[in-house]
Design a protein around this ligand. Structure first.
Ligand SMILES: [Zn+2]
Length: 342
């Protein structure tokens, strides 16, 4: 199985400007109260990583409860809103509208250069290696029109279809060449099925994996990115992590649980990398704001007394040994696995 390391630096503030990100979190906390907590509409769920109900610890974030699975180490919000309520929240809440109007637009150029171009290169490499005859790409939950524009420019696929796009006010910016599928996708339709940042935000991650197995042709590739609880940021900071945002991160599956779900779903994982570039900076910045009595002595010592090169090496180490919080996976649908995945 392949592992990829990406070495150029990226600053958190580049893709999440401090002021805008704080405002987004304030709006989110208020919206979560109004849409979910005040309406008493939440549903208890078992661990989405392994199905267990053994919770070894839990904590609150924005009024919602994160459970840590005693079996597989995944973190998940339970009770949680239904998928229908999640969809309404994406579409209508002031927090999500702010995210799209303010943060995404302000960081569009940098996201395009630093994040989307990597994703396009990644897909191009996977197609060349595993599926050179590919003609159809399905992107689930598309949120970034500029990523799709870049993909179309590459001319890798004769058809690009957007399944349940989440662009809302920005739909006018979606490339005209892309088909929009709002209800469902034909079975065995896609050579490449893409789900960027979907597993962490949905009601049931297993349902997305089953959907990918049905939509992918045999031998097709399922490409996904998500955030994992096995990453440095969450392992070190736990509930102090500034990115523990329950609505964006309903499911932080452990690295192992994620691979297990894919294997069970009829996929052969061909790449599992954690090419995150922000973990060390994020943890360092968070610790600078915590009181001296907060612990973390080893990490504070390293951040205070070791050079930028040491911190750079630490981030490289995290990538190399699959310990960053940002994970990307490519998995090939096994021949004849459709029945198994139903
Ligand atoms: Zn579990």
């Amino acid at each position: 199985m392949k592992r990829v390391v990406i070495l150029n630096d990226l600053k958190e503030s580049d893709i999440r400007p401090d002021l805008g990100y704080s405002r987004y979190k304030e709006l989110l906390a208020e919206n979560i109260r109004r849409y979910f907590l005040a309406q008493d509409c939440l549903l208890e769920v078992a661990c989405p990583g392994c199905g267990a109900t053994t919770v070894c610890r839990h904590f609150l974030a924005m009024g919602l409860r994160y459970c840590v699975c005693g079996e597989c180490g995944s973190w998940y919000v339970s009770p949680r809103p239904s998928q229908e309520k999640i969809n309404t929240f994406h579409r209508e809440s002031t927090a999500c509208k702010f995210w799209r109007a303010d943060l995404v637009e302000k960081t569009a150029a940098l996201r395009s250069e630093e994040i989307f171009s990597y994703r396009v290169q990644w897909i191009a490499g996977l197609v060349e290696e595993f599926c050179p005859e590919a003609s159809v790409l399905v992107d689930r939950g598309s949120r970034y029109p500029s990523l799709l524009t870049q993909l179309i420019r590459q001319k890798l696929f004769s058809k690009i279809a957007l399944l349940f796009p989440e662009c809302f006010e920005q739909e006018a910016f979606l490339p005209r060449e892309a088909d929009i599928l709002r209800d469902q996708c034909p079975q065995a339709y896609a050579d490449v099925f893409v789900a960027f940042e979907q597993i962490e935000r949905c009601f049931d991650p297993g349902a997305i994996i089953r959907e990918a197995a049905q939509v992918c042709k045999p031998g097709g590739i399922f490409v996904l990115t998500t955030t994992t609880s096995s990453g440095f940021e969450y392992k070190v900071l736990a509930d102090q992590s500034p990115n523990l945002i329950p609505f964006d991160r309903l499911n932080l599956l452990s690295f192992e649980a994620l691979l297990g779900l894919l294997n069970k779903g009829g996929f052969r994982v061909v790449e599992a990398s954690t090419p995150g570039r922000l973990d060390v900076e994020m943890v360092k910045k968070t610790m600078e704001k915590l009181p001296a009595s907060s612990g973390y002595d080893l990490w504070k010592y390293i951040f205070n007394y070791r050079s930028p090169e040491a911190l750079h090496s630490l981030q490289e180490f995290l990538q190399q040994f699959q310990l960053s919080s940002h994970v990307r996976i490519a998995a090939v649908k096994e021949q004849g696995s459709y029945e198994q995945s139903r």
